[in-house]
Design a protein around this ligand. Sequence first.
Ligand SMILES: Cc1cc2nc3c(=O)[nH]c(=O)nc-3n(C[C@H](O)[C@H](O)[C@H](O)COP(=O)(O)OP(=O)(O)OC[C@H]3O[C@@H](n4cnc5c(N)ncnc54)[C@H](O)[C@@H]3O)c2cc1C
Length: 378
Amino acid sequence: MEPIKSIIIAGGGYAGIIAANRLARKKLPIKITLISAEEEFHERIRNHQVICGTLAKTYSIKSLLHKNVEFKTAKITKIESQTKEVFLSDNKSIHYDYLIYALGVQRKTDKALPNTYISIVEKSDCVRLANVLKTMIQPKITILGAGLSGIETVAELAETFPFANLSLVDAGKLGAGFSESAGNWMKGYIAEHKINLVEDSYIQSFEKDSLITKSGKKIEHDVCILSNGLVASPVGMTSGLPTNEIGQLLVNEFLELKHNPYVLVAGDAAKVISPDHTHLRMACATALPMGIYAAERLSHILGLKSKLGVKPFSLSYMGRNVSLGRKDGVIQSSLADDTPHGKVWKSRMAAWIKEIICKLTIQSFKLEKYMDIYVWKG
Ligand SMILES: Cc1cc2nc3c(=O)[nH]c(=O)nc-3n(C[C@H](O)[C@H](O)[C@H](O)COP(=O)(O)OP(=O)(O)OC[C@H]3O[C@@H](n4cnc5c(N)ncnc54)[C@H](O)[C@@H]3O)c2cc1C
């Protein structure tokens, strides 16, 4: 009998959970352990709802995992790829035969900012802000970064705290990556809710109670939410694995780590180095297909037939979805390479579609415990 291989999945986010559930149903002599820093699943795509107190439900990671996946709550500090070990914060290590690395992104830690700054990617920051906002009557809040999550955050705040003074600041323009029609809809929402939109303004200085732009303009705040520039988990870089400047692990078109066939990478933590993958962006819409693919690729490596795993990873985007509070939104359809193109859904219909998409991510985890359900356009 073949010896049982130990598979470690690092990270219980979108990529890690769905990879675990797909792999757990394969008829392979494997033991799967998913390690994640916390017991609760962070539904990161709803972080803006955490700030505004509009998030209704939370889930434990264990409740979303297939029964054959062992779950361990622990912080991973290092990967020793030579000896195939994952080190934890208690200095203990666990051996792996194959590793799926899916540690996602986190707040930038290079700048020591005052506690009036929080990061939209960190749930703990969002919870802290939610508690502070409960005590403020007319908070002055700046959101730095007018990308998808910055727009969703400012809109959710505008709907929940109509008396707040809100500013949305960006070094470029609002709605980059959207068609004119979708961009105008978002601008209309911003204007209607009297949000102070500050475009083309690079921030030079981060003061306790204000941002200072390159041109010297001061934008005052009680709290500033950082929704700009992300960095990947530092574990890859600390471990001496091949990474780019923001710590994403460099992988080939099979999501295999450069020069290391025993490590696959999925989700925000992966940077695919291939001319066919330059369109990939950090998104749940990328992390889920990558997670499934990593499981299929590993099954193929371990000798099972896998239609998906035998081919390189490929993903065609279909669009971008933005909620504008709970009752409004924009859905922008796109070409496979993520260029905005074609139909745009707006208003309540878009909010409804976006909510269904968010719910479907959780449903996909649950259903993948029992069957191959998650599909995407390759
Ligand atoms: C406000 C907001 C809105 C968004 N909206 C959308 C959207 O509408 N559509 C979309 O496609 N994308 C959206 N995104 C992006 C999406 O959330 C991410 O792309 C997605 O979470 C990536 O999944 P992942 O599995 O790679 O990483 P994550 O979901 O970040 O999971 C990583 C996991 O690893 C764990 N971990 C990290 N470090 C360690 C460690 N050292 N030890 C142990 N465990 C660790 C974390 O606790 C976490 O559980 C949004 C993001 C934000 C912030």
